[in-house]
Write a protein that binds this ligand. Structure first.
Ligand code: 9L3
Ligand code: MG
Length: 156
């Protein structure tokens, strides 16, 4: 029984370590009052030229919503109000040295409540309607989230 307990303890410790290594990524589907959503083209790195919902990595000890607000301020120069959680998709490969396959992209709806949009990190920003989303060259991770975003836009 003691050997079994030691085994379980070691397993729990390994699971806790793994959980810490997971780099969570959050994205924002920012909508305006004309049923459009903000999309952003990555300006550099291996995904340059591809489109995404803006956002980035959650820092250790930071909540997802705080990370979302911080990333939108850093990347877009705006204050946002996060709204509904829209969905989650796995990110392939290793994100920031974490466990392969362990990271996910979690998308939240939101609205701009302060500031003027500036593309601090992206090469281009566009406001698009529900019928204009499918045709973009998306980061593969973001594409499965499009139906949820279209639903959000349809709800107004
Ligand atoms: N990523 C994918 N889709 C998104 C976002 C915001 C991020 N909508 C991926 C790209 C990077 C990783 O997550 O591999 C971290 O994102 P960032 O910090 O480079 O924006
Ligand atoms: Mg980013």
């Amino acid at each position: 029984a003691r050997a079994m307990q030691a085994h379980l303890d070691a397993y729990a410790a390994a699971a806790a370590r793994r959980a810490q290594e997971v780099t969570q990524v959050v994205g924002a589907a920012l909508v305006d009052d004309r049923q459009r959503v903000l999309v952003a083209q990555r300006g550099s790195g291996p995904l340059a030229g591809l489109w995404e919902f803006p956002g980035g990595k959650v820092e250790p000890g930071e909540s997802e919503v705080s990370a979302l607000v911080r990333e939108c301020r850093e990347e877009l120069g705006v204050g946002i109000a996060p709204e509904a959680f829209l969905g989650e998709v796995p990110l392939d490969g290793v994100v920031a040295g974490g466990v392969p396959g362990a990271s996910t992209l979690r998308l939240y709806g939101g609205r701009i409540i302060a500031g003027e949009l500036v593309a601090h990190e992206h090469s281009e920003l566009r406001w698009l309607g529900p019928d204009e989303l499918e045709g973009l060259a998306w980061i593969p991770a973001d594409r499965p989230l499009l139906p949820a975003v279209r639903d959000l836009l349809a709800r107004g």
